[in-house]
Write a protein that binds this ligand. Sequence first.
Ligand code: SF4
Length: 467
Amino acid sequence: MSTAEAFTPSQIAQNFVESIDKGKYDRQITAGLKKFLNKSVDEDMTGFYSDDELDALVEIQGTDRDIESRMPVKITRHYFEQAKNSVAMQQLIKASPDETFDLAGSADPGNQMTYAPVEGLIHKYELGLAYVASTCSAHCRFCYREELIARKDIERADGTVAPKGLAQIDEVCSYILEHNRLVDANGGRHPETDREKLREILMSGGDPMVLSNKKIAEWWASLSEAGIESIRIGTKELAFFPDRFDDAFFEMLDKFHELYPETKLRFVVHFNHPDEFLKKDADGNYLSQPGGGLQWLDNTKRAVERLASRNWVNIDNQSPIIRGINNDPDMLRIMQRELKRNRVENHYFFAGRDIVGHRAFNVPIEEAWRILNESQMGLSGVEIHARLSITHYKGKTEIVAVTNDPIPGVPASENGFVVFKLHRGVGNAETRGRVAICGRNPKAIWFNDYEDRVIMDEAGLFTKAIY
Ligand code: SF4
Protein backbone atom coordinates (compact mmCIF):
# COMPACT_ATOMS: atom_id res chain seq x y z
CA MET A 1 0.00 0.00 0.00
CA SER A 2 1.33 3.41 -0.87
CA THR A 3 1.73 5.95 1.90
CA ALA A 4 0.64 8.92 -0.19
CA GLU A 5 0.16 11.47 2.56
CA ALA A 6 3.30 11.72 4.66
CA PHE A 7 2.55 12.58 8.27
CA THR A 8 3.72 15.91 9.67
CA PRO A 9 2.91 16.83 13.28
CA SER A 10 1.25 20.22 13.77
CA GLN A 11 2.95 23.17 15.44
CA ILE A 12 0.78 22.46 18.50
CA ALA A 13 2.19 18.94 18.72
CA GLN A 14 5.74 20.19 18.24
CA ASN A 15 5.35 22.84 20.95
CA PHE A 16 3.83 20.27 23.30
CA VAL A 17 6.69 17.83 22.80
CA GLU A 18 9.25 20.63 23.15
CA SER A 19 7.74 21.56 26.52
CA ILE A 20 8.26 18.08 28.00
CA ASP A 21 11.43 17.05 29.80
CA LYS A 22 12.91 13.68 29.04
CA GLY A 23 12.86 12.83 32.71
CA LYS A 24 15.28 10.45 34.35
CA TYR A 25 14.34 7.36 36.30
CA ASP A 26 16.74 5.26 38.30
CA ARG A 27 15.11 1.85 38.36
CA GLN A 28 18.14 0.21 39.98
CA ILE A 29 18.12 -2.52 37.40
CA THR A 30 20.25 -5.62 37.57
CA ALA A 31 20.62 -6.90 34.02
CA GLY A 32 22.06 -10.26 33.05
CA LEU A 33 23.03 -13.41 34.86
CA LYS A 34 26.70 -12.49 34.83
CA LYS A 35 26.40 -10.26 37.87
CA PHE A 36 24.81 -13.08 39.84
CA LEU A 37 27.48 -15.51 38.63
CA ASN A 38 30.45 -13.32 39.55
CA LYS A 39 28.72 -12.13 42.73
CA SER A 40 28.91 -8.48 41.74
CA VAL A 41 25.24 -7.88 42.55
CA ASP A 42 24.32 -5.87 45.65
CA GLU A 43 25.15 -7.87 48.74
CA ASP A 44 21.53 -8.54 49.65
CA MET A 45 20.94 -10.03 46.22
CA THR A 46 23.69 -12.63 46.31
CA GLY A 47 21.41 -15.36 47.63
CA PHE A 48 18.64 -14.74 45.09
CA TYR A 49 19.99 -17.67 43.07
CA SER A 50 21.41 -20.61 45.05
CA ASP A 51 24.82 -21.95 44.00
CA ASP A 52 23.13 -25.06 42.62
CA GLU A 53 20.79 -22.94 40.53
CA LEU A 54 23.69 -20.92 39.16
CA ASP A 55 25.73 -24.07 38.41
CA ALA A 56 22.83 -25.52 36.45
CA LEU A 57 22.56 -22.32 34.41
CA VAL A 58 26.31 -22.20 33.77
CA GLU A 59 26.26 -25.78 32.53
CA ILE A 60 24.05 -24.86 29.58
CA GLN A 61 25.67 -21.50 28.82
CA GLY A 62 26.76 -21.24 25.20
CA THR A 63 24.76 -24.33 24.17
CA ASP A 64 21.50 -24.27 22.24
CA ARG A 65 19.81 -24.36 25.65
CA ASP A 66 21.48 -21.11 26.73
CA ILE A 67 18.97 -19.31 28.94
CA GLU A 68 19.78 -15.73 28.07
CA SER A 69 19.76 -16.39 24.33
CA ARG A 70 16.12 -17.34 24.79
CA MET A 71 15.28 -14.44 27.11
CA PRO A 72 17.66 -11.99 28.83
CA VAL A 73 17.56 -11.75 32.63
CA LYS A 74 16.56 -8.38 34.14
CA ILE A 75 15.15 -7.28 37.49
CA THR A 76 14.44 -3.98 39.24
CA ARG A 77 15.18 -3.26 42.89
CA HIS A 78 11.46 -2.69 43.55
CA TYR A 79 10.50 -6.09 42.15
CA PHE A 80 13.37 -7.79 43.96
CA GLU A 81 12.23 -6.36 47.30
CA GLN A 82 8.76 -7.83 46.80
CA ALA A 83 10.04 -11.09 45.35
CA LYS A 84 12.11 -11.75 48.48
CA ASN A 85 8.86 -12.76 50.16
CA SER A 86 7.08 -14.30 47.21
CA VAL A 87 7.81 -17.62 45.55
CA ALA A 88 5.45 -16.70 42.72
CA MET A 89 7.37 -13.51 41.96
CA GLN A 90 10.69 -15.33 42.13
CA GLN A 91 9.39 -17.83 39.59
CA LEU A 92 8.34 -14.95 37.35
CA ILE A 93 11.74 -13.32 37.30
CA LYS A 94 14.34 -16.03 37.95
CA ALA A 95 15.86 -17.92 35.04
CA SER A 96 15.69 -21.70 35.23
CA PRO A 97 17.17 -24.46 33.03
CA ASP A 98 13.63 -25.84 32.64
CA GLU A 99 12.88 -22.98 30.26
CA THR A 100 14.98 -24.47 27.48
CA PHE A 101 14.30 -28.14 28.16
CA ASP A 102 11.79 -28.22 25.30
CA LEU A 103 12.27 -25.45 22.78
CA ALA A 104 9.18 -26.22 20.72
CA GLY A 105 7.20 -23.12 19.79
CA SER A 106 6.67 -20.49 17.16
CA ALA A 107 9.44 -18.07 16.20
CA ASP A 108 6.75 -15.49 15.43
CA PRO A 109 3.65 -16.30 17.52
CA GLY A 110 0.43 -15.33 15.75
CA ASN A 111 2.37 -14.86 12.47
CA GLN A 112 2.62 -11.22 13.38
CA MET A 113 5.00 -10.34 10.59
CA THR A 114 2.26 -11.28 8.11
CA TYR A 115 0.22 -8.39 9.48
CA ALA A 116 3.00 -5.78 9.53
CA PRO A 117 2.34 -3.20 6.79
CA VAL A 118 5.25 -1.10 8.08
CA GLU A 119 8.07 -2.15 10.35
CA GLY A 120 6.98 -2.49 13.96
CA LEU A 121 3.23 -2.03 13.34
CA ILE A 122 0.93 -5.04 13.47
CA HIS A 123 -2.45 -4.24 11.95
CA LYS A 124 -5.12 -6.70 13.06
CA TYR A 125 -8.80 -6.16 13.70
CA GLU A 126 -9.63 -2.42 13.93
CA LEU A 127 -6.55 -2.10 16.11
CA GLY A 128 -2.90 -1.51 15.40
CA LEU A 129 -0.18 -2.74 17.73
CA ALA A 130 3.05 -0.74 17.65
CA TYR A 131 6.28 -2.09 19.02
CA VAL A 132 7.66 1.12 20.51
CA ALA A 133 10.28 -0.37 22.84
CA SER A 134 12.24 -3.60 22.83
CA THR A 135 12.70 -4.01 26.55
CA CYS A 136 10.88 -3.68 29.88
CA SER A 137 12.19 -2.54 33.26
CA ALA A 138 12.45 -6.22 34.19
CA HIS A 139 11.81 -9.37 32.18
CA CYS A 140 9.16 -12.01 32.83
CA ARG A 141 10.59 -15.42 32.01
CA PHE A 142 7.36 -16.41 30.22
CA CYS A 143 7.40 -13.31 28.03
CA TYR A 144 5.17 -13.44 24.97
CA ARG A 145 7.59 -11.15 23.16
CA GLU A 146 10.77 -13.08 23.82
CA GLU A 147 11.61 -12.93 20.10
CA LEU A 148 11.55 -9.12 20.18
CA ILE A 149 13.31 -8.66 23.50
CA ALA A 150 16.03 -11.22 22.71
CA ARG A 151 16.39 -9.70 19.22
CA LYS A 152 15.91 -13.01 17.44
CA ASP A 153 15.98 -13.34 13.65
CA ILE A 154 12.51 -13.74 12.18
CA GLU A 155 11.70 -14.83 8.64
CA ARG A 156 9.52 -12.34 6.75
CA ALA A 157 6.92 -13.04 4.08
CA ASP A 158 9.46 -12.07 1.40
CA GLY A 159 11.95 -14.65 2.69
CA THR A 160 14.37 -12.16 4.27
CA VAL A 161 15.50 -12.79 7.83
CA ALA A 162 16.07 -10.06 10.43
CA PRO A 163 15.13 -9.19 14.02
CA LYS A 164 11.79 -7.42 14.45
CA GLY A 165 12.28 -3.66 14.20
CA LEU A 166 10.62 -0.95 16.24
CA ALA A 167 7.82 1.25 14.97
CA GLN A 168 8.73 4.77 13.84
CA ILE A 169 6.26 7.56 14.54
CA ASP A 170 6.26 9.09 11.05
CA GLU A 171 5.87 5.72 9.27
CA VAL A 172 3.09 4.53 11.56
CA CYS A 173 1.16 7.81 11.37
CA SER A 174 1.55 8.04 7.59
CA TYR A 175 0.16 4.51 7.33
CA ILE A 176 -2.82 5.36 9.56
CA LEU A 177 -3.62 8.51 7.57
CA GLU A 178 -3.49 6.68 4.26
CA HIS A 179 -5.43 3.66 5.49
CA ASN A 180 -8.19 5.80 6.94
CA ARG A 181 -8.29 8.04 3.88
CA LEU A 182 -8.88 5.01 1.65
CA VAL A 183 -11.49 3.63 4.05
CA ASP A 184 -13.39 6.93 4.03
CA ALA A 185 -13.20 7.24 0.26
CA ASN A 186 -14.52 3.70 -0.11
CA GLY A 187 -17.60 3.96 2.10
CA GLY A 188 -16.18 2.61 5.33
CA ARG A 189 -14.06 -0.32 4.13
CA HIS A 190 -10.56 -0.46 2.74
CA PRO A 191 -10.84 -1.27 -0.99
CA GLU A 192 -8.17 -3.99 -0.91
CA THR A 193 -8.19 -5.44 2.60
CA ASP A 194 -11.84 -4.78 3.49
CA ARG A 195 -10.71 -3.53 6.89
CA GLU A 196 -12.45 -0.77 8.79
CA LYS A 197 -10.99 2.47 10.06
CA LEU A 198 -8.00 2.22 12.36
CA ARG A 199 -9.31 3.73 15.58
CA GLU A 200 -7.02 2.36 18.25
CA ILE A 201 -3.31 1.87 18.64
CA LEU A 202 -1.82 -0.32 21.33
CA MET A 203 1.64 0.91 22.24
CA SER A 204 3.52 -2.17 23.22
CA GLY A 205 6.89 -3.84 22.97
CA GLY A 206 8.55 -4.25 25.42
CA ASP A 207 7.06 -1.63 27.66
CA PRO A 208 6.26 1.90 26.40
CA MET A 209 6.80 3.21 29.94
CA VAL A 210 10.57 2.65 29.55
CA LEU A 211 10.48 5.52 27.03
CA SER A 212 11.05 9.09 28.19
CA ASN A 213 8.06 11.30 28.89
CA LYS A 214 9.09 13.36 25.88
CA LYS A 215 9.00 10.34 23.56
CA ILE A 216 5.66 9.20 24.94
CA ALA A 217 4.30 12.73 24.41
CA GLU A 218 5.51 12.63 20.81
CA TRP A 219 3.78 9.29 20.19
CA TRP A 220 0.50 10.39 21.79
CA ALA A 221 0.28 13.75 20.00
CA SER A 222 1.21 12.20 16.66
CA LEU A 223 -1.23 9.30 16.95
CA SER A 224 -3.97 11.70 17.95
CA GLU A 225 -3.28 13.96 14.98
CA ALA A 226 -3.23 10.94 12.66
CA GLY A 227 -6.83 10.23 13.72
CA ILE A 228 -6.45 7.68 16.51
CA GLU A 229 -9.27 7.99 19.06
CA SER A 230 -8.00 5.66 21.71
CA ILE A 231 -4.41 4.90 22.67
CA ARG A 232 -3.63 1.86 24.75
CA ILE A 233 -0.43 1.63 26.72
CA GLY A 234 0.53 -1.96 27.50
CA THR A 235 2.68 -1.81 30.62
CA LYS A 236 3.93 -3.84 33.55
CA GLU A 237 5.58 -0.81 35.12
CA LEU A 238 3.05 -0.73 37.99
CA ALA A 239 4.60 -4.02 39.10
CA PHE A 240 8.22 -3.45 38.06
CA PHE A 241 8.69 0.23 38.95
CA PRO A 242 5.56 2.07 40.11
CA ASP A 243 7.54 5.25 40.89
CA ARG A 244 7.67 5.75 37.12
CA PHE A 245 4.19 7.28 37.53
CA ASP A 246 5.50 10.47 39.11
CA ASP A 247 4.63 14.17 39.00
CA ALA A 248 6.50 14.75 35.74
CA PHE A 249 4.61 11.94 34.06
CA PHE A 250 1.22 13.15 35.24
CA GLU A 251 2.03 16.72 34.22
CA MET A 252 2.71 15.49 30.70
CA LEU A 253 -0.45 13.35 30.77
CA ASP A 254 -2.62 16.30 31.80
CA LYS A 255 -1.06 18.62 29.24
CA PHE A 256 -1.78 16.02 26.57
CA HIS A 257 -5.40 15.82 27.65
CA GLU A 258 -5.79 19.60 27.55
CA LEU A 259 -4.57 19.66 23.96
CA TYR A 260 -6.24 16.44 22.73
CA PRO A 261 -9.33 15.96 24.91
CA GLU A 262 -11.01 13.49 22.56
CA THR A 263 -8.13 11.02 22.52
CA LYS A 264 -8.71 8.62 25.36
CA LEU A 265 -5.92 6.72 27.09
CA ARG A 266 -6.31 3.14 28.22
CA PHE A 267 -3.57 1.65 30.38
CA VAL A 268 -3.52 -2.09 29.91
CA VAL A 269 -1.57 -3.12 32.96
CA HIS A 270 -0.08 -6.46 33.81
CA PHE A 271 -0.34 -7.86 37.31
CA ASN A 272 0.07 -11.62 37.46
CA HIS A 273 -0.23 -12.15 41.18
CA PRO A 274 -1.47 -10.14 44.20
CA ASP A 275 2.00 -10.39 45.76
CA GLU A 276 3.05 -7.83 43.17
CA PHE A 277 0.97 -5.06 44.76
CA LEU A 278 -0.18 -6.10 48.26
CA LYS A 279 1.56 -5.70 51.60
CA LYS A 280 2.25 -8.79 53.67
CA ASP A 281 3.04 -9.41 57.32
CA ALA A 282 6.04 -11.41 58.56
CA ASP A 283 4.08 -14.65 58.14
CA GLY A 284 3.27 -13.89 54.53
CA ASN A 285 -0.38 -12.95 55.10
CA TYR A 286 -1.93 -10.01 53.32
CA LEU A 287 -2.72 -7.07 55.58
CA SER A 288 -6.31 -5.95 55.92
CA GLN A 289 -7.18 -2.37 55.22
CA PRO A 290 -9.22 -0.82 58.02
CA GLY A 291 -12.63 -0.20 56.48
CA GLY A 292 -12.36 -2.96 53.90
CA GLY A 293 -10.11 -4.66 51.42
CA LEU A 294 -6.38 -5.26 51.65
CA GLN A 295 -3.41 -2.95 51.97
CA TRP A 296 -1.54 -2.10 48.79
CA LEU A 297 2.09 -1.10 48.45
CA ASP A 298 2.11 2.66 48.90
CA ASN A 299 3.72 3.62 45.60
CA THR A 300 1.62 1.19 43.55
CA LYS A 301 -1.57 2.42 45.18
CA ARG A 302 -0.58 6.04 44.61
CA ALA A 303 0.09 5.40 40.91
CA VAL A 304 -3.23 3.58 40.42
CA GLU A 305 -5.17 6.26 42.28
CA ARG A 306 -3.64 9.03 40.23
CA LEU A 307 -4.41 7.25 36.96
CA ALA A 308 -7.93 6.33 38.07
CA SER A 309 -8.73 9.88 39.21
CA ARG A 310 -8.71 11.03 35.57
CA ASN A 311 -12.03 10.08 34.01
CA TRP A 312 -10.58 10.02 30.50
CA VAL A 313 -8.15 7.25 31.48
CA ASN A 314 -9.11 3.58 31.77
CA ILE A 315 -7.09 0.91 33.53
CA ASP A 316 -7.50 -2.76 32.60
CA ASN A 317 -5.47 -5.70 33.78
CA GLN A 318 -4.59 -8.71 31.71
CA SER A 319 -2.45 -11.67 32.62
CA PRO A 320 -1.57 -15.11 31.37
CA ILE A 321 -2.11 -18.04 33.71
CA ILE A 322 1.36 -19.48 34.16
CA ARG A 323 2.45 -22.65 35.86
CA GLY A 324 4.10 -22.08 39.24
CA ILE A 325 3.24 -18.37 39.22
CA ASN A 326 -0.51 -17.84 39.30
CA ASN A 327 -2.18 -21.19 38.58
CA ASP A 328 -3.90 -20.76 41.91
CA PRO A 329 -7.64 -19.91 42.06
CA ASP A 330 -7.40 -18.42 45.56
CA MET A 331 -4.70 -15.96 44.54
CA LEU A 332 -6.51 -15.02 41.35
CA ARG A 333 -9.70 -14.45 43.33
CA ILE A 334 -7.88 -12.02 45.64
CA MET A 335 -6.29 -10.31 42.68
CA GLN A 336 -9.55 -9.79 40.76
CA ARG A 337 -11.33 -8.51 43.85
CA GLU A 338 -8.62 -6.06 44.84
CA LEU A 339 -8.09 -4.76 41.32
CA LYS A 340 -11.79 -4.07 40.79
CA ARG A 341 -12.07 -2.41 44.22
CA ASN A 342 -9.32 -0.03 43.14
CA ARG A 343 -10.71 0.87 39.70
CA VAL A 344 -8.62 -1.57 37.70
CA GLU A 345 -10.88 -3.65 35.43
CA ASN A 346 -10.23 -7.34 35.00
CA HIS A 347 -9.94 -7.66 31.24
CA TYR A 348 -8.37 -10.91 30.00
CA PHE A 349 -6.66 -13.90 31.42
CA PHE A 350 -4.76 -15.84 28.80
CA ALA A 351 -4.16 -19.51 28.29
CA GLY A 352 -0.48 -19.68 27.38
CA ARG A 353 0.71 -18.81 23.93
CA ASP A 354 2.90 -20.98 21.67
CA ILE A 355 6.12 -19.05 22.28
CA VAL A 356 9.45 -20.84 22.05
CA GLY A 357 9.75 -22.89 25.24
CA HIS A 358 6.03 -22.57 26.09
CA ARG A 359 5.84 -26.07 27.58
CA ALA A 360 7.80 -24.80 30.58
CA PHE A 361 5.15 -22.18 31.34
CA ASN A 362 1.74 -23.12 29.99
CA VAL A 363 -0.85 -24.89 32.04
CA PRO A 364 -3.19 -27.05 29.94
CA ILE A 365 -6.09 -25.16 28.37
CA GLU A 366 -8.78 -26.98 30.36
CA GLU A 367 -6.84 -26.54 33.57
CA ALA A 368 -6.52 -22.78 32.91
CA TRP A 369 -10.30 -22.65 32.44
CA ARG A 370 -10.87 -24.54 35.71
CA ILE A 371 -8.51 -22.21 37.60
CA LEU A 372 -10.17 -19.05 36.34
CA ASN A 373 -13.67 -20.45 36.81
CA GLU A 374 -12.87 -21.51 40.36
CA SER A 375 -11.22 -18.17 41.09
CA GLN A 376 -14.45 -16.42 40.14
CA MET A 377 -16.56 -18.41 42.57
CA GLY A 378 -17.48 -16.06 45.37
CA LEU A 379 -16.81 -12.92 43.34
CA SER A 380 -19.57 -10.49 42.50
CA GLY A 381 -20.89 -9.91 39.01
CA VAL A 382 -18.79 -6.79 38.48
CA GLU A 383 -15.64 -8.53 39.67
CA ILE A 384 -15.86 -11.40 37.18
CA HIS A 385 -15.59 -9.52 33.92
CA ALA A 386 -12.36 -11.23 32.91
CA ARG A 387 -12.58 -13.90 30.24
CA LEU A 388 -10.13 -16.62 29.37
CA SER A 389 -8.63 -15.98 25.99
CA ILE A 390 -6.20 -17.83 23.78
CA THR A 391 -4.68 -16.29 20.69
CA HIS A 392 -5.47 -18.50 17.72
CA TYR A 393 -3.84 -17.57 14.44
CA LYS A 394 -7.34 -16.71 13.17
CA GLY A 395 -7.94 -14.25 16.00
CA LYS A 396 -8.51 -13.83 19.69
CA THR A 397 -10.54 -16.78 20.93
CA GLU A 398 -12.39 -17.26 24.21
CA ILE A 399 -12.42 -20.57 26.04
CA VAL A 400 -16.06 -20.31 27.04
CA ALA A 401 -16.84 -23.58 28.77
CA VAL A 402 -15.43 -26.97 29.69
CA THR A 403 -17.95 -29.65 30.63
CA ASN A 404 -17.71 -32.95 32.43
CA ASP A 405 -20.85 -34.33 30.82
CA PRO A 406 -21.00 -35.60 27.22
CA ILE A 407 -23.44 -34.55 24.52
CA PRO A 408 -25.55 -37.70 24.34
CA GLY A 409 -24.79 -39.76 21.24
CA VAL A 410 -22.02 -37.47 19.97
CA PRO A 411 -18.70 -39.21 19.42
CA ALA A 412 -15.58 -37.56 20.97
CA SER A 413 -17.69 -35.91 23.68
CA GLU A 414 -17.71 -38.95 26.01
CA ASN A 415 -15.49 -37.22 28.58
CA GLY A 416 -17.09 -33.83 28.18
CA PHE A 417 -16.33 -31.06 25.70
CA VAL A 418 -14.70 -27.63 25.31
CA VAL A 419 -16.38 -24.63 23.70
CA PHE A 420 -14.23 -22.03 21.93
CA LYS A 421 -15.65 -18.76 20.63
CA LEU A 422 -13.86 -16.48 18.20
CA HIS A 423 -13.84 -12.96 19.59
CA ARG A 424 -12.33 -11.22 16.65
CA GLY A 425 -11.05 -12.41 13.33
CA VAL A 426 -7.61 -10.99 12.55
CA GLY A 427 -8.83 -9.58 9.22
CA ASN A 428 -12.36 -8.41 9.85
CA ALA A 429 -15.20 -8.42 12.34
CA GLU A 430 -17.60 -10.77 10.52
CA THR A 431 -16.40 -13.99 12.10
CA ARG A 432 -17.00 -12.70 15.62
CA GLY A 433 -19.05 -15.01 17.78
CA ARG A 434 -18.45 -18.19 15.79
CA VAL A 435 -17.92 -21.28 17.85
CA ALA A 436 -15.91 -24.51 17.76
CA ILE A 437 -16.59 -27.50 20.01
CA CYS A 438 -14.09 -30.27 20.73
CA GLY A 439 -14.06 -33.35 22.90
CA ARG A 440 -11.98 -32.88 26.01
CA ASN A 441 -8.25 -33.45 26.16
CA PRO A 442 -7.06 -32.48 29.65
CA LYS A 443 -3.43 -32.46 28.47
CA ALA A 444 -4.01 -30.08 25.57
CA ILE A 445 -1.88 -26.96 25.68
CA TRP A 446 -2.44 -25.82 22.10
CA PHE A 447 -5.08 -26.21 19.40
CA ASN A 448 -3.33 -29.06 17.61
CA ASP A 449 -3.96 -31.22 20.68
CA TYR A 450 -7.67 -31.15 19.74
CA GLU A 451 -7.29 -32.01 16.06
CA ASP A 452 -8.51 -35.59 16.49
CA ARG A 453 -11.64 -34.67 18.46
CA VAL A 454 -13.32 -31.73 16.74
CA ILE A 455 -17.10 -32.02 17.06
CA MET A 456 -18.19 -28.83 15.37
CA ASP A 457 -16.19 -25.92 13.94
CA GLU A 458 -18.13 -22.99 12.50
CA ALA A 459 -15.25 -20.72 13.61
CA GLY A 460 -12.85 -22.55 11.34
CA LEU A 461 -10.30 -22.94 14.11
CA PHE A 462 -9.43 -26.44 12.95
CA THR A 463 -10.11 -26.34 9.23
CA LYS A 464 -6.48 -25.80 8.32
CA ALA A 465 -3.40 -26.40 10.39
CA ILE A 466 -2.65 -22.70 10.70
CA TYR A 467 -2.25 -22.54 14.43
S1 SF4 B 1 6.13 -7.15 30.80
FE1 SF4 B 1 5.32 -8.16 28.97
S2 SF4 B 1 6.77 -7.67 27.33
FE2 SF4 B 1 7.78 -7.20 29.30
S3 SF4 B 1 8.92 -9.03 29.82
FE3 SF4 B 1 6.93 -9.22 30.81
S4 SF4 B 1 5.64 -10.35 29.35
FE4 SF4 B 1 7.44 -9.59 28.24
